[in-house]
Design a protein around this ligand. Structure first.
Ligand code: GLY
Length: 383
């Protein structure tokens, strides 16, 4: 069943935000209780084997929780959410100096970028700029990409994952904030190299591309979190869609728009996804339909489609598909108030090959769900 639709039911943003806010009140209570026991655990990540799981600021998902609080503040303009967002954002600050990961876009830009956009606080601006410097230190000019991971050195030399497209937004913003074009140039070079090497002819994306930094050549095209090297891992497709949509916004390069349109067609025309629009965790898992969905991939996709609808000639189709996904998430994938340890959405898949986070709530699903709700409120489409 393809999820291309002409018109979907209008999203009830007010209702969805109101119930998400009640859940998040519960989540905050759980966070504060957990922190009394271990204060270095700053952010709620998931629930696994019935256990509420918190992470330190070093975890790649640490920024999503405070960033969600910024979205509640944006929607309500209630000072309660402002104070909460400010408080929990502070806990991630140390990561601006972290040169051991590519994930600084997620960790720093989601909370501090939203915080700066909504308050103009110069302290947040300084953190964003430092984080962009740290991230840029991972760029290799010969390969033309930012290195994603330092782990598993026996498996790959210089791995770059499709997810890394998301971190480029931090670099684009830093050029705007500083006037220093070097960040912009790194982002564009990374996006161009990824466009050349990460995609198959049907616009589906590989997960990991390994580079030789002496020659710049591709050494291998493999997966880490997907079903197989040649499969299409659902969240990877969502990162690709969001990443090239954002790169088009930042550069107006038509090649990025064409890429985003291509990835959207892979996602929306795929007959594997059920009628509710929430994909299985990997489009090629042979166990489908007896396998897990990934609500996080759906939320990221919906948010990206609302933005792509502003730029593409397929505006109406994209908005309708995003509405359909968000209607499904807000009716069938949300937890009852008080359940799910306060996480908003259920049924995401983090890392199935590692038997980790299968059919669970995950903080980034909630973050992109709230972002999609905010975007759905603003969007006007014509085409
Ligand atoms: N960026 C890691 C993931 O999507 O699971």
């Amino acid at each position: 069943m393809s999820i291309s639709v002409v018109k979907a039911q209008q999203v009830n943003v007010a209702k969805a935000f109101a119930s998400a806010a009640k859940q998040t009140d519960v989540l905050i209570k759980n966070v504060d209780s957990a922190r009394k026991i271990k204060s270095n655990l700053v952010s709620p990540r998931t629930v696994e084997n019935g256990q509420f799981k918190m992470v330190t600021s070093k975890d790649w998902t640490s920024g999503f929780f405070p960033a969600e609080l910024w979205y509640f503040y944006e929607y309500t303009r209630d000072k309660k959410w402002l104070a909460l967002a400010q408080k929990y954002t502070e806990d991630i600050k140390a990561e601006q100096f972290n040169k051991g990961t590519h994930d600084l876009g997620f960790m720093i830009y989601c909370p501090f970028g939203n915080g700066y956009r909504l308050t103009g606080d110069p302290a947040y601006k300084a953190v964003i700029i430092q984080a962009a410097k740290s991230l840029s230190a991972r760029f290799n000019a010969k390969a033309g990409v930012i290195k994603s991971w330092d782990h598993n050195g026996d498996k790959w030399k210089y791995p770059v994952i499709i997810d890394n497209m998301m971190n480029l937004e931090l670099l684009f913003e830093t050029t705007r904030l500083t006037g220093d074009s070097s960040f912009y140039k790194i982002a564009v070079t990374h996006a161009n190299t990824t466009l050349k090497n990460h995609f198959r002819p049907d616009f589906s994306s590989y997960h990991v591309i390994d580079y030789d930094t002496l020659t710049g050549k591709v050494l291998q095209k493999v997966t880490a979190q997907g079903y197989a090297n040649e499969s299409a891992w659902a969240r990877g497709q969502a990162w690709a869609l969001y990443g090239y949509t954002m790169c088009y916004r930042e550069t107006k390069n038509k090649a990025y728009l064409a890429q985003a349109d291509g990835v959207a067609s892979f996602i929306l025309n795929n007959k594997i996804t059920p009628a509710d629009g929430i994909p299985y965790w990997d489009y090629n898992d042979p166990k489908i339909p007896e396998t897990s969905r990934d609500a996080s991939a759906a939320a990221i996709t919906a948010s990206a489609l609302y933005e792509l609808a502003k730029y593409s000639t397929s505006s109406k189709k994209y908005k309708a598909a995003a509405d359909k996904i968000i209607n499904s998430l807000s009716t069938k994938y949300t937890a009852k108030t008080g359940a799910n340890y306060g996480f908003i959405l259920m049924h995401s898949t983090g890392h199935r090959p590692a038997k980790s986070e299968i059919d669970v709530p995950i903080n980034y699903a909630d973050y992109y769900y709230l972002e999609a709700l905010l975007r759905s409120k603003k969007i006007r489409v014509s085409g």
